[in-house]
Design a protein around this ligand. Structure first.
Ligand code: ACO
Length: 326
């Protein structure tokens, strides 16, 4: 039976030009390259300068995705930006970008806050609207300037994160309703608010009238991340009727190489099929997955037609997974 699928027809990305290495961090806090590399796998990360905002890097990523998709801004029917570091508390950064890029007046454009799982939350919403026939073309983006909500004197957190943006264009396309189809084959999203305090900013608009800075219990986050990332990937593979042997690439959220390796092992996915960018991106929160996919498409590793499984988990906790054939 035929069905509507959301085909991903273009990706885009943007990384701030400034690169911060582990040695740079060792000059700022009591840490060293060896500790950061062995505990996290991170060697360097991109950091936005003071004047570079989330909407700027997200806008560049979206513009590139639209160009790569071969569409024009007037074709966009929906725009969702996943971010926890918007330019303004209101209006949304999505509307700012929609104005800058010339999206049609009248289309829905909004931000969503789902931390590191934000891109998958956005994918779920856009895919559902496409499959319901409400829209034909959606743009989703994950973009963060996490560096702006970090305490740069706290070695527990400041070594982990980086800034960046990734975007994708989704377009309705008829499929056969099988796992051979091109496009989004399955998505799941979840949350568990009982773990709200494990990873959070220590303030916000209505509580402290500030954005707050990131605080976390790293060991707890680590433990839950391994379980939830694995569960999400297992769920979407099961729902699609595929096994880990069928997939070409596994793209887990890029938070820590040890989390990535543990999840790969639990799912029996050989490390050669696991995409890793955490070494030079750090944890870019909602931008992590589209950045990882697109960078590996540019290098020629990920190709059109490949079957991808991705999953992410972040503050909330929120998590999710997806199966996509490019
Ligand atoms: N440099 C040197 N020492 C450090 C640093 C640092 N940057 N940071 C912490 N330490 C010290 C601590 O002070 C502590 O010292 P103590 O034992 O004297 O008190 C010790 O190192 C901590 O060591 P461990 O607890 O063994 O560190 P662990 O192996 O748990 O690694 C880490 C810590 C990297 C934070 C890990 O727990 C982790 O990655 N957790 C996941 C956190 C995460 O990814 N958060 C991002 C958002 S959520 C997500 O994206 C999934």
């Amino acid at each position: 039976m035929t069905c509507i699928r959301s085909e991903i027809i273009g990706f885009g990305h943007c990384l701030p030009p400034k690169v911060l290495t582990n040695d740079d961090l060792a000059n700022m806090v009591d840490t060293n390259d060896e500790w950061i590399r062995t505990r996290t796998g991170i060697q360097s990360r991109h950091i936005a300068d003071k004047d570079l905002t989330t909407s700027m890097i997200a806008g560049d990523a979206v513009a590139e995705a639209i160009k790569n998709a071969g569409i024009s801004p007037e074709d966009v029917d929906l725009f969702i930006l996943a971010s926890v570091t918007p330019d303004n508390t209101t209006p949304s950064s999505a509307t700012k970008i929609a104005g800058r890029l010339g999206f049609r007046a009248g289309i829905p454009a909004f931000d969503i806050s789902a931390a590191c799982a934000g891109f998958i939350y956005a994918l779920m919403l856009a895919d559902n609207m496409i499959r319901l026939g409400q829209i034909k073309t959606a743009v989703i983006a994950g973009a963060e300037c996490v560096s702006k909500i970090i305490d740069w004197t706290d070695r527990n957190t400041c070594v982990l994160f980086g800034d960046g943006a990734g975007a994708a264009v989704l377009r309705a396309r008829e499929g056969k309703g099988t796992s051979e189809d091109t496009g989004v084959l399955d998505v799941c999203i979840h949350s568990d608010g009982s773990l709200f305090d494990v990873l959070k900013t220590n303030g916000g608009v209505s509580s402290t009238q500030t954005a707050g800075i990131v605080e976390m219990n790293g060991k707890e986050v680590f433990k839950h991340a391994v379980v939830r990332l694995s569960e999400a990937a297992e769920q979407v593979m099961k729902e699609t009727g595929i096994s880990s042997e069928d997939i070409d690439w596994f793209v887990p959220h890029q938070a820590n190489i040890r989390i990535i390796e543990s999840v790969g092992e639990r799912l029996n996915i050989p490390q050669e099929k696991v995409i890793v960018t955490v070494d030079h991106h750090g944890n870019t929160s909602a931008a992590s997955i589209p950045l990882a996919i697109y960078e590996n498409m540019l290098s020629g590793r990920i190709k059109k037609g490949d079957l991808l499984v991705f999953c992410a988990m972040g503050a909330g906790f929120t998590w999710g997974g997806a199966v996509v054939r490019l």
